[in-house]
Design a protein around this ligand. Structure first.
Ligand SMILES: C[S@@+](CC[C@H](N)C(=O)[O-])C[C@H]1O[C@@H](n2cnc3c(N)ncnc32)[C@H](O)[C@@H]1O
Length: 295
């Protein structure tokens, strides 16, 4: 990640950067440490204060881009009219969250499409692993954009996921490919997921409980090489869980926040945040010129 420009406000010190797998600007989480003693925990706490101050998420209604009570979500993406089947009744089953769509999934899917259209991202021929795919919208869009996508989730979530892939991606209408595979966070990934390591890892609304954070980060570390870029979108519903995630993830990853101005203009939400993560070891390697070549 290479520094491009820095802006200093009265109360916050922001650092605008580029990541190597995404051509748009991101705001470095934590900004410039103002002293050597600033820990990952200070940086995570500062990020939470900034986001809650800028976006005021709790003043806005959740789930405005989806209807979780309907059996189908229809969405136009990549020149296709997608039909994503949902199972609203399953939401009443404790622990089941992926049976319906969440705003952050729509935001991430449409962000990928918009970024490819804006030439800030290329997914053509790229190996992509999606975590906690749920109903599969994000993975479907990534495959339509040319990625070779493995959509993953818990074993009991795979049936609906497969149905949605079969409904929306027929050979002939898809530039890339999509397969569904079980992946439980914290378990060793199947060799085909990590040999070779993916170019991109995607996840929407996968940061939602403190218990899951440790295993989620373990899986991100296992899937992430020097050439891997991670996009995570999240619902701003619980500041403590997000802060815990950021603090833990900052040990291994450089993290940038993508501002809403870079999202798809019709799919923005003050209750959603979008991060790009890359392994810390490459932090100093990328510069703007190499970025222009890779994107
Ligand atoms: C809130 S849902 C989000 C679903 C989808 N990404 C979206 O945005 O609509 C969280 C997803 O993570 C999956 N998940 C939760 N814990 C998991 C774990 N330990 N291992 C793998 N997947 C998990 C759930 O099954 C669910 O599909």
């Amino acid at each position: 990640m290479g520094e491009e420009e820095a802006s200093k406000g009265e109360d916050t010190v922001e650092e605008i950067r580029r990541m190597s797998g995404y051509g748009g600007d991101v705001i470095a989480v934590g900004g410039f440490p103002t002293s050597d003693s600033e820990s990952d925990s200070d940086l995570a706490a500062a990020e939470i204060m900034i986001i809650w101050a800028i976006q005021g998420p709790t003043s806005f209604a959740p789930n405005t881009l989806v209807s979780q009570s309907s059996l189908e979500l229809r969405l136009d993406a990549c020149g296709h009219s997608l039909s994503i089947l949902q199972s609203p009744c399953s939401l009443n089953t404790p622990g089941v969250t992926g049976s319906v769509m969440w705003d952050s999934g729509v935001v991430l899917g449409k962000f990928l499409e918009h970024s490819v259209d804006s030439k800030d991202l290329s997914l053509e021929g790229k190996k992509i692993v999606e975590l906690g795919s749920g109903c599969g919208l994000v993975g479907c869009i990534a495959a339509l954009l040319g990625g070779d996508v493995v959509l993953t989730d818990l074993p009991d979530r795979l049936r609906l996921l497969k149905k949605n892939i079969d409904t929306n991606l027929q050979s002939g209408n898809t530039r890339g490919s999509a397969v569904v595979q079980e992946l439980v966070w914290g378990d060793d990934p199947d060799p085909d997921l990590i040999e070779p390591l993916p170019d991109y890892v995607l996840g929407s609304d996968v940061i939602y409980s403190e218990e899951a954070v440790h295993h989620l980060i373990q899986t991100l570390v296992q899937l992430c090489g020097d050439q891997t870029t991670i996009f995570l979108s999240g619902e701003l519903r619980n500041d403590a869980v997000l802060e815990y995630f950021l603090e833990s993830a900052l040990k291994d990853f450089a993290i940038g926040r993508v501002e809403q101005t870079q999202w798809h203009p019709d799919y923005r939400s003050r209750r959603v945040v979008l991060y790009v993560l890359e392994k810390k070891s490459k932090r100093c390697l990328a510069d703007v010129s190499s970025l222009n070549q890779s994107c």
